[in-house]
Design a protein around this ligand. Structure first.
Ligand code: RNT
Ligand code: ZN
Length: 418
């Protein structure tokens, strides 16, 4: 028996004593898709105009060498990262990652054909695809407003953008045979204290009404709207606030996106899932790591990540919560950033699947909070790592930090030559 086998057998036995089946936990974790953000690969530049600066109140920091600067490089890098991540992988594309086929494609005129090569590539590699409208990094978003802009022409431009994106997403969903979830986030907001918040919010509502008036087959695409507390340059008022978008989603039956960095620093999105799903059919998560603010740090295996996974798994929400990642760190190897965050998300799901939830619920219902806390704490030192190693083994991805040497050799052979 190899060491992995031995430690796994030991772990299996200990979890079994709690009534937890490690084999089942592994099999179920392997079925939960994770939507991995394409924008970690190139610091949110995209290919519409790769030299354009990122805007919209978000920022990448760092200049680690080897950034993907064209579509082939980004695809190669993503494929490399994916080979080191267990589980089902989807790629989350922003509209600006279009294949422009050598033309200059205005932001309000993207067509399904601009995503054909993505579809072909994703199919070849076994990835799903999700989509995002891009209301940022564009001259018509440079004053900080898009769908809520006071200028009707600018609003129409962005409405056209969103409508075309939704049609593209439906096309992708149909071609892929898998629903393409489209996320909509607008950066609209004020640096300083506004006077007429209502007018801006009314216009945002009206724009979303126009965008969602187009009915598309939910089998192919479904829409999710993302709220935010503040952005750089939009510190005083964000038009698409949480209340605004929660209200909109409930009333109009869209999905709602919870980004971990879009709330007050002590708020946790893990606490919001159970509320949202009493009023909405489905939600999308942007799993991120805010450090003091919406800094979009690489997702680590911290308590909040475990709580997010536990909320999904304990309640059987795997089909109602779409797990997307949203972070972008340009200060470390970008492929490693993808791998670290995605492996951690997978780890958290497996960790959740190994919880003896029925037993903990019983303690809670009996108001035996002593036993609940005692077991929750003891579980933290159960041999979870052995089950994780076994999961990686069954998925044919490297175990523990073995993946790092693959990233290092890719850096030497590919990234350093760019
Ligand atoms: C910005 C939002 C948004 C973006 C991506 C690039 O604060 O979180 O989701 O990060 O769409
Ligand atoms: Zn986000």
């Amino acid at each position: 028996m190899s060491t992995t086998e031995k430690t796994y057998e030991y772990a299996k036995e200990l979890y079994a004593k709690l009534g937890v089946d490690t084999e089942k936990a592994i099999a179920e974790t392997a079925k939960i898709p994770i939507s991995i953000q394409c924008w970690q690969g190139d610091d949110v530049h995209g290919f519409e105009n790769p030299d354009a600066a990122l805007s919209g109140g978000i920022q990448t920091t760092g200049n680690y060498p080897g950034r993907a600067t064209n579509i082939d490089q980004l695809r190669d890098d993503f494929t490399k990262a994916a080979s080191l991540i267990p589980g089902i992988k989807r790629i989350s594309l922003h509209e600006i990652y279009l294949d422009n086929l050598g033309e200059n494609v205005p932001r309000n005129e993207p067509q399904p054909k601009h995503f054909d090569s993505w579809i072909e590539w994703a199919k070849k590699n076994g990835f799903g695809i999700d989509f995002n409208t891009t209301f940022m990094s564009h001259p018509l978003a440079s004053d900080g407003f898009t769908l809520s802009h006071h200028d009707e022409g600018i609003r129409s431009f962005w409405i056209e953008h969103a409508l075309n994106c939704r049609k593209i997403a439906a096309y992708i969903g149909e071609k892929m045979g898998s629903t393409c979830i489209t996320n909509h986030w607008t950066p609209d907001g004020f640096k300083d204290i506004p006077v007429d918040r209502l007018a801006y919010r009314a216009r945002l509502k009206d724009s979303y009404d126009k965008i969602f008036a187009l009915k598309l087959d939910p089998k192919y695409t479904r829409d999710s709207i993302e709220s935010k507390l503040f952005g750089i340059g939009a510190e005083s008022c964000t038009i698409g606030s949480h209340e605004f978008l929660m209200g909109y989603a409930v009333k109009n039956n869209t999905l709602l996106t919870f980004d971990a960095g879009h709330f007050h620093p002590t708020e946790q999105i893990s606490d919001k899932i159970s509320s949202a799903l009493l009023f909405l059919d489905e939600i999308l998560l942007h799993v991120s790591r805010p450090v003091r603010w919406d800094s979009d740090h690489v997702v680590i295996f911290d308590d909040e990540l475990k709580y997010i996974a536990l909320e999904i798994v304990r309640n059987g929400f795997e089909d109602r919560v779409h797990i997307g990642l949203d972070y972008f760190d340009a200060s470390i190897n970008r492929i490693a950033a993808w791998v670290i965050g995605s492996r951690n998300m997978q780890k958290a799901l497996l960790y959740a699947k190994l919880e003896p939830t029925a037993l903990l619920r019983k303690y809670e219902n009996d108001m035996d909070y002593t036993s609940r806390l005692a077991l929750l704490e003891e579980l933290k030192s159960y041999p979870f790592a052995a089950v994780w190693d076994r999961y990686c083994e069954t998925q044919n991805v490297p175990q523990r930090n073995d993946w790092l040497c693959e990233v290092k050799s890719y850096e030497n052979n590919v990234l350093s030559k760019r």
